[in-house]
Design a protein. Structure first.
Length: 286
């Protein structure tokens, strides 16, 4: 039996990268997964589409469907979870992975740019969680995982962990929204814990290079060794989407370390190695 047998998961930002990896790992454990991205086809020439992500999950024997929606549009977002539930039933697991970063110092970001990031990175995840609550309460169980960032941490100073001053300063606005998401995670976790709903936030332990994360390429040039395999994020997400963790704001490798787990391939068939490949579990970036 898989850890997610009988569960339905909704994963945003799932056409590629971290979101797709998490969707695949959940599906490998038996979850029926609904993937979300703004459009069904290619986005700005980036590799990967919702259709191809669904096909990859189905090819490994999983159940998957897709629904396109621009999460930065409140009107388009309204009723999204209800529409997603038409595929496999009520959503048990929500993974808020979709996000965007406009890489400028905070003092140079335009009002509209900052508003856009808050809408997509903070308000949309809270909105989707609230849409899930009625059915999760009825079931007496549910999991909400928000994907955070090390840029939210006030101790991430220029030059620390190999991240350049230029890169650190460019993440002021993005990091501000991710800090707000972490605070929302803590609030939601306290408000819904009594219903058997577990809300957590997870950030990468190190840099995860994905097709859509242009800014991480700039960081990686500073320290090529600061890379995290996407499988580690997916494995940690699986734990947080099946366990009884409450109000965690934690790095991917930390959660694997605490539960003594191993990192598996996205299809769940192969143990890739020990989770302790990236040094001190207390350090993080992303």
């Amino acid at each position: 039996m898989g850890r997610c047998d009988g569960r339905v998961a909704f994963v945003t930002g799932a056409s590629r990268g971290i979101g797709k990896a998490i969707a695949m790992r959940l599906a490998s454990e038996g979850a029926s997964v609904v993937l979300n991205s703004p459009i069904m086809g290619e986005e700005a020439g980036l590799p990967g589409t919702l259709d191809s992500a669904v096909a990859d999950i189905q090819a490994m024997g999983g159940k998957a469907a897709a629904i396109a929606c621009d999460l930065a549009d409140p009107e388009a977002r309204a009723g999204l979870i209800e529409r997603a539930s038409e595929f496999f039933g009520p959503v048990d697991i929500l993974v808020n992975n979709a996000g965007a970063g406009i890489m400028k110092p905070l003092i140079k970001i335009e009002h509209g740019e900052l508003t856009f990031m808050f809408e997509l990175n903070v308000i949309a995840p809270v909105d989707l969680a609230r849409q899930c609550l009625p059915e999760m309460k009825k079931a007496g169980a549910g999991w909400v995982l928000n994907i955070g960032s090390g840029s939210a941490r006030i101790d991430e100073l220029p030059g620390r962990n190999g991240i350049s001053k230029e890169a650190t300063l460019s993440m002021g606005g993005y990091g501000t929204t991710k800090a707000a998401l972490d605070r929302a995670t803590l609030a939601l976790s306290r408000e819904v814990q009594e219903y058997g709903i577990f809300v957590n936030s997870m950030r990468p332990t190190a840099i995860v290079l994905t097709p859509g994360a242009d800014f991480t390429r700039m960081i990686a040039k500073t320290n090529p060794d600061m890379l995290e395999p996407v499988e580690m994020m997916a494995e940690a997400a699986l734990e947080l989407c099946t366990g009884r963790h409450v109000g965690r704001v934690i790095a991917s490798r930390e959660i694997i370390y605490y539960v003594g787990g191993k990192v598996h391939s996205l299809d769940g068939k192969t143990v890739l190695g020990d989770a302790f490949l990236l040094g001190d579990p207390g350090s993080s970036a992303g």
